[in-house]
Design a protein around this ligand. Structure first.
Ligand SMILES: CC(C)(COP(=O)(O)OP(=O)(O)OC[C@H]1O[C@@H](n2cnc3c(N)ncnc32)[C@H](O)[C@@H]1OP(=O)(O)O)[C@@H](O)C(=O)NCCC(=O)NCCS
Length: 229
């Protein structure tokens, strides 16, 4: 599905899955492609949750909570189950032509991030995003543009796993390569530790999924992928 350029009948079909609040939020996006991507992302999230819970997409109750200010209505999304138990943990990311929804077992703090390849002024961003050793590691690589984007995606997935988002300075989330496509990240004191896996979605897309544990090191996530065309 071209998630940034939907046909009218597809828009209508996807919109039927969403809540009025979400539709109103999407309607406020200035660019048509952002509105379409928002529709695709939130419909996909609800359809996957519907497959897990058996509740029709439009009847699911989703909430969000901001760990930074303690308020609901913004911040990390969650599935608000009627019995108060969470059947599944969720996170999502949309960038360019990509939408990723991550579902994890109850109690697993999960975050996901996708960064579509684009021209980035790395020197301007370097100090706010990269720890010195991370920047040095990308400098040594022939695919350094991609590695920088991937390091960024790893860090964003980490702060999305904890729920802090960009209120945690990305420079203070320090990632290290582990085996294969896995990695770990140390977070600022008291937040916890992260293990993650890179997601190979398309040649020009850097993406990662992260899980956080408040204490000790988590195992890297075992990723089971479902692609929806
Ligand atoms: C969350 C955030 C990292 C998203 O970054 P992004 O690269 O622009 O966007 P992505 O597509 O990867 O992710 C967006 C999705 O992340 C989820 N999300 C929002 N806040 C989140 C948080 N704190 N933690 C985890 N996930 C979050 C939402 O589902 C959101 O989708 P939506 O906007 O369609 O609802 C960034 O916007 C952010 O940190 N915002 C909050 C800053 C903050 O904490 N402010 C203090 C408020 S009191």
């Amino acid at each position: 599905m071209d998630v940034g350029n939907l046909a009218d009948d597809v828009r209508t079909e996807l919109a039927a899955d969403l809540s009025e609040t979400r539709l109103a939020k999407i309607e406020r996006y200035r660019r048509a492609q952002d509105r379409d991507r928002g529709l695709a992302a939130h419909s996909m999230l609800r359809r996957l949750l519907s497959a897990v819970t058996g509740t029709p997409p439009a009847q699911l109750q989703l909430g969000s909570f901001c760990i930074s200010c303690g308020e609901t209505g913004h911040g990390k999304p969650f599935l608000d189950a009627p019995d108060g138990n969470r059947d599944v943990e969720i996170n999502l990311s949309h960038s360019g032509e990509v939408v990723i929804v991550a579902l994890a077992a109850p109690g697993v703090q999960v975050g996901v991030d996708a960064e579509q390849g684009r021209t980035v002024d790395w020197n301007a961003l370097r100090n706010s995003i990269f720890a010195d050793q991370e920047w040095a590691a990308t400098e040594r690589r022939t695919d350094r543009e991609y590695r920088r984007l991937l390091t960024w995606a790893r860090k964003e997935s980490s702060v999305k796993a904890s729920g802090h988002g960009l209120s945690l300075p990305l420079r203070h989330v320090v990632t290290s390569d582990a085996e294969g496509a896995t990695w770990s990240a140390s977070m600022p004191s008291g937040v916890g530790r992260v293990a993650g896996a890179d997601l190979d979605l398309a040649p020009d897309v850097a993406a990662a999924v992260a899980v956080l544990r408040p204490e000790g090191w988590p195992d890297p996530p075992v990723v089971r992928r479902i692609s929806i065309g």
